[in-house]
Each structure stands twice: as structure tokens, then as C-alpha cells.
Design a protein around this ligand. Structure first.
Ligand code: MV4
Length: 440
């Protein structure tokens, strides 16, 4: 049994994990950097400890300080939240070596899935369609040329240690390949400390659809349906919804069955997501996110399952006493990420309330936004019986939001929600440019 849990994170996700702990009667320890001393998570937690200076490598990525704090305050477990150390296999291992429970997958699973080439190989072995391309790291220019010839241009180079869009390079012609390969390798090395890259066929207008799963590591795996995260700006997701407006029942069933099978074959434990690209009625495995995700509330609202509570129960060694038929998915959910577009102090703040509106945030009047951290300051999540009604509820919620003292993307989000492209459900990867940059 976990009696006390340390949250190795900050901001809205730290608040989210503390709330799950309170619901479960688990005591919490918040860690904070000097910049975050006066924040909501620090005040909500039962105890709080400063782990270093503002820069993330001095604090939220400072493994020795975090583990020392957890041991000193006699915690049983560490929840890594999202980002930061959440997919760091070495961290998960060190947590366990210190006699603590890591709330997440086994460190070996994190390590395997962190390598996107190994993940593709695992997907292929589970008979899941993957984007056409290499299942090994590219050896040299000759190998790259040969692979590109086989799959056909355009191709995309991706860092094997990457994921989430960083370190990707599109190549449209063989003449560009040599230079692109050089740049891709250099970027992969500097971003991820590993120059390995692989190659995929580049899909021009795919949709990003991901399946949420829960697995107890003891043989039970259930899915919580999909999230469509196709509205992105520079690989940052802006809106996430479930169900996806572009999936038919047949494709949804196949993607969910494939994802469950993959997690069973991996012996996966905890919450996790299988990401796919969807284009022209076909789907292709992209990668697995071996962690809780920012957009998890969307799946919570359609499934009525608290994913953080489930993660904690699984980490305690409890069996998921759930069958797939016990996870009926109901209605429609949409999440809208509110991002700060400048640093500064919040001088006035008001969040929406009312039917079927959830706000996950750490923001308060007087909050000072530091340039050191992620710009996401709030998530507005709504539920409705169908998509049209959900968009109306979201628009009502966004119109109630007041955030003064800093610039935010609130007006852009309203433009997106009301755009005829988003409303139709049929749009490409360029929706943000089309709707928001056209305006300027
Ligand atoms: C791709 C792709 C086209 N072809 N891979 C990967 C990480 C994610 N943030 C974007 N990724 C993409 N991978 C292949 N083989 C296009 C994208 C992509 C994208 C995909 C879905 C929805 C929006 C997108 C925006 C930019 C790039």
C-alpha cells in the first residue's frame, strides 16, 4: 500500500496527481524549484521540499535531489507526471533501486519503447501496420538512398531516440538526401545524445490518432478508445478530442485490438498510449508513449475512469478487475490547451464553471509565469453527448475565461473551434496555419 507519494513534477499535472492522491487518501509531497515556491501544488501537498534552482536540470530533472527528498520524507512512491523524467528509464530504475515504487511502466519497457526503431520492430512483430520504411537504424548514405528508393519519395528522417516531432526532417528528392541526413544526425545527437536516425515514407496529410490503454502487468489490458490530436502547431498539440471524427467503427476496432495485442506482447504495466497516423482510410503505427499524457482527461471523461488513480492502484500491485465490456465509452470529450504567449504576472483570472466543464490548471491571480517552463497554463475539458454539442459547450467555456497580465492563445483557440474546417471534422495537419496565420 502506498501511504505517501512524491510528485516529481510541477504545474497543472502536479495538481492533478495531488488530487488523485487526496481522493485515495494518500499523503503527498510536492517538490519545487526556487521559481515555484509560491505555487498551487506546493500549497496543496501535505509537504513540500525545494529541490533546486529554476533551471530544470537543477530541479525537476535533478534525479539525486528528487530521490533523496523522497527517501528523507519517507515516501513509498514517486509519480513522474508528464514530460521531465516521466519516460526516463534510468530514473525509473534508480527509483526502484532506492526501494521506492515508480508509478509507471517497468524501466525496461520505458527503455525499449524510447527507441523508436525498437518500437517499430515490436509493432511489426505484433502484426501491426507501421509506416513504410526502415526497421533498422540507417547505416550510411548508401543505405538511406536504397531505403528511400524502395519506399519512394517523399520520405521523413526521424531520430531513433526522439519522438513527438523533434529532430524530424522531410526529404522530397534524392539530391537533398545527403545534406538532410547530415542535419538529421547532428540534431538527433544534440537533442537526444544519439545520432541514430531511421526513415519512413512521408505522409502528406495524416491525422494523429492515439489509443489510450491501461494494463496491470498481470495479463489484463483494456483500451479507453482513441484521442484525435490532429490540431497541432510546431508539433505542440492544441486540441484533442474523442471519439475521432474521422474513424469508422471498423478502423477503431482494429486499432484498439492492435494496441491491446501490442501491450499484451510487451507485458506492459500502467497507463500508456499507442500513437498512429491515419491517412486515406489506412492506419500506421507511429510510437508508444510509455507515460501518462497531457490529454488524458479526454479519455477520463468518455470512460469514467480516473487514469491517475488507476496508475497508482496498478503500481501497488493490484489487478485491474476490469474487462473490456466494463469500459463503455460514452459521448464526446474535447480538450483545449491554453498556452501563455508571454511571461509575467497574472493580474486577473477567472475560469469557466457550469455543466460538463473541467479545468485542470495551477494558475491563480498573482501567479508569476517563469520563462523556464512549459507555456501550457490550463486545460479546459468538456463533455457532451455528441461533437456538435461539445463544440458549443467548449465555446461557452472559452468565452467565460479571463486571463489578464499576460498574452495567451485563447483567441486563437476560439478561432479554431469556430472554423468551418474544424467543425466539419475534416482537416489536415495545416489547420492552425490556415485558420490562425491567415488572420494576421
Ligand atoms: C509523420 C508525418 C508524416 N509522415 N510521419 C510525428 C510527431 C508528431 N508530432 C508529428 N509527426 C508526424 N509524423 C510520417 N511518416 C507527419 C507528422 C506531423 C503531423 C501528424 C499528424 C498531425 C499533425 C502533424 C503535424 C506535423 C507533422
Amino acid at each position: 500500500m502506498i501511504k505517501k507519494l512524491l510528485i516529481a513534477n510541477r504545474g497543472e499535472i502536479a495538481v492533478r496527481v495531488i488530487r488523485a492522491c487526496r481522493d485515495l487518501g494518500i499523503k503527498t509531497v510536492a517538490v519545487f524549484s526556487t521559481a515555484d515556491a509560491n505555487t498551487l501544488a506546493v500549497r496543496m501537498a501535505d509537504e513540500a521540499v525545494c529541490i533546486g534552482e529554476s533551471a530544470t536540470d537543477k530541479s525537476y530533472l535533478n534525479v539525486p535531489n528528487i530521490i533523496t527528498a523522497a527517501c528523507a520524507l519517507r515516501c513509498d512512491a514517486i509519480h513522474p507526471g508528464v514530460g521531465f523524467l516521466s519516460e526516463n528509464a534510468d530514473f525509473a530504475k534508480k527509483v526502484e533501486d532506492a526501494g521506492l515504487i515508480f508509478i509507471g511502466p517497468k524501466s525496461e519497457t520505458i527503455a525499449l519503447l524510447g527507441n523508436k526503431v525498437a518500437a517499430r520492430t515490436a509493432a511489426l512483430a505484433a502484426k501491426i501496420p507501421i509506416t513504410p520504411g526502415s526497421t533498422e537504424v540507417l547505416k550510411d548514405l548508401a543505405d538511406a538512398k536504397e531505403t528511400a528508393k524502395k519506399i519512394g519519395y517523399p520520405v521523413i528522417l526521424k531520430a531513433a531516440a526522439g519522438g513527438g516531432g523533434r529532430g524530424m526532417r522531410i526529404v522530397r528528392k534524392e539530391e537533398q538526401l545527403e545534406q538532410s541526413l547530415q542535419i538529421a544526425k547532428k540534431e538527433a545527437l544534440s537533442f537526444f545524445g544519439d545520432a541514430s536516425v531511421h526513415m519512413e515514407r512521408y505522409l502528406e496529410q495524416p491525422r494523429h490518432v492515439e489509443i489510450q490503454l491501461l494494463a496491470d502487468g498481470q495479463g489484463t489490458v483494456v483500451h479507453l478508445g482513441e484521442r484525435d490530436c490532429s490540431v497541432q502547431k510546431n508539433h505542440q498539440k492544441l486540441l484533442e478530442e474523442s471519439p475521432s471524427p474521422i474513424l469508422d467503427e471498423e478502423m477503431r476496432k482494429a486499432m484498439c485490438a492492435d494496441s491491446v495485442r501490442l501491450f499484451k506482447e510487451l507485458g506492459y504495466r500502467s497507463a500508456g498510449t499507442v500513437e498512429f497516423l491515419v491517412e486515406d482510410g489506412a492506419y500506421y503505427f507511429m510510437e508508444v508513449n510509455a507515460r501518462l499524457q497531457v490529454e488524458h482527461p479526454v479519455s477520463e471523461l468518455v470512460s469514467s475512469i480516473d487514469l491517475v488513480q488507476a496508475q497508482i492502484a496498478i503500481a501497488e500491485g493490484k489487478k485491474l478487475n476490469l474487462k473490456q465490456k466494463d469500459v463503455p465509452l460514452k459521448g464526446y470529450a474535447l480538450e483545449c490547451r491554453i498556452n501563455a504567449l508571454s511571461a509575467g504576472k497574472i493580474t486577473n483570472l477567472s475560469f469557466p464553471f457550469g455543466p460538463f466543464v473541467r479545468v485542470d490548471s495551477y494558475l491563480e491571480t498573482g501567479s508569476v509565469l517563469s520563462p523556464y517552463y512549459d507555456s501550457m497554463i490550463a486545460k479546459i475539458i468538456v463533455w457532451a453527448s455528441d461533437r456538435d454539442k461539445g463544440l458549443a459547450v467548449m465555446m461557452r467555456a472559452l468565452e467565460e475565461v479571463v486571463i489578464e497580465g499576460i498574452k495567451t492563445n485563447l483567441e486563437e483557440q476560439k478561432l479554431l473551434i469556430t472554423s468551418k474546417q474544424f467543425r466539419s471534422g475534416r482537416f489536415g495537419t495545416d489547420l492552425y496555419q490556415k485558420v490562425c496565420e491567415q488572420e494576421k
